[in-house]
Design a protein around this ligand. Structure first.
Ligand SMILES: C[S@@+](CC[C@H](N)C(=O)[O-])C[C@H]1O[C@@H](n2cnc3c(N)ncnc32)[C@H](O)[C@@H]1O
Length: 294
């Protein structure tokens, strides 16, 4: 369990014996009228396989090659319209790659909460971010307590995506913004993840990707307005081929593959461009935003 932190007033207190900012019991007692109260999302079962050894390569890939996913990160951050002093909830944070790119003015003055169902991932989130262990279907946070909610590349693990959007709408203040980005079904990244990544990782990969328009429909159903959805295609950039292969091996935890397996699968599934300066891998995600009506 992560070490306790001093919770700001945004955390719910409902008599649970666990510290509310470090437990996910609250989900199943939430005020949200879930249709399937006793059906936790399938990811909650997988979390037990997320050992410290399994999450370490993901974090080290992002740390070793911080420029690789920079455009992907900034495309989401731009959509969040971040301001000093705001309260921001990042969900499915992993080791905190997205919040690491937040502007210093917000990091110095705001409250940035990182949440993930994996306590081992959350234990690696650096200060000053506030770590909480919880699913994407229930946040132990008060209603109307957040200015922003975000998610980068976590929703393809979530079966009941409508619960995430309902929870986000509950914790966001009026005028608050949500921004999410994830893999679209039928794209090269979707085939890569449920193909070679599924075969070459210890626990497989069964991504539940989004269809065109799905984010918009989910946002509308949860009560968001000013909805925008756009599919973005951009490069992941590396200094050379070796760096690209190392990055993919570790980010996707391809422990069952030889280097040759990884190289062949990358060439086969994804678009790779080499020039004198750099090697790039084409990646793509669907980005979507919405606002809680004032
Ligand atoms: C591909 S990683 C993305 C991490 C980080 N957002 C990034 O872009 O580097 C997906 C993350 O979502 C988390 N996750 C997946 N399903 C979840 C769920 N149902 N509830 C909470 N976290 C979940 C995983 O533990 C993992 O940290």
């Amino acid at each position: 369990m992560i070490s306790p932190i001093t919770p700001p007033d945004v955390f719910e207190s409902d008599g649970c014996e666990h510290p509310s900012y470090a437990c996910c019991c609250h989900g199943w007692r939430s005020e949200i009228p879930y249709g399937m109260v006793n059906s936790p999302d399938s990811y909650h079962e997988r979390v037990k396989d997320y050992s410290p050894d399994r999450i370490a390569p993901f974090n080290s890939a992002n740390k070793r090659s911080p420029q690789a996913r920079k455009i992907e990160q900034q495309l989401l951050i731009q959509r969040l319209d971040l301001r000093p002093g705001q309260r921001v909830l990042d969900t499915g944070s992993g080791g905190g790659y997205l919040v690491d790119g937040f502007p210093k003015s917000l990091r110095d003055t705001g409250t940035i909460i990182c949440s993930d169902a994996s306590e081992h991932f959350i234990a690696t989130v650096p200060k000053p971010f506030l770590p909480i262990v919880c699913g994407m279907d229930a946040f132990p946070l008060s209603r109307d307590s957040m200015d922003r909610v975000c998610n980068l590349a976590g929703l393809h693990h979530v079966e009941y995506k409508d619960r995430f959007f309902r929870e986000a709408a509950r914790v966001l203040k009026s005028g608050g913004l949500i921004a999410v980005a994830d893999v679209r079904s039928g794209t090269r990244p979707a085939r890569w993840l449920n193909g070679p990544v599924d075969r070459f990782t210890d626990i497989g990969h069964d991504g539940m990707f989004v269809a065109e328009g799905e984010f918009s429909a989910l946002l509308e159903k949860a009560g968001f307005s000013e909805i925008e959805e756009k599919h973005e295609i951009y490069p992941w950039s590396f200094e050379g081929w070796e760096e690209l292969v190392d990055f993919c091996r570790d980010l996707f935890r391809l422990a069952k593959a030889t280097r040759e397996d990884i190289e062949a699968a990358l060439e086969e599934c994804l678009v790779i461009t080499r020039d004198r300066e750099a090697v790039t891998l084409e990646w793509e995600l669907t980005y979507a935003t919405g606002r809680i009506p004032e």
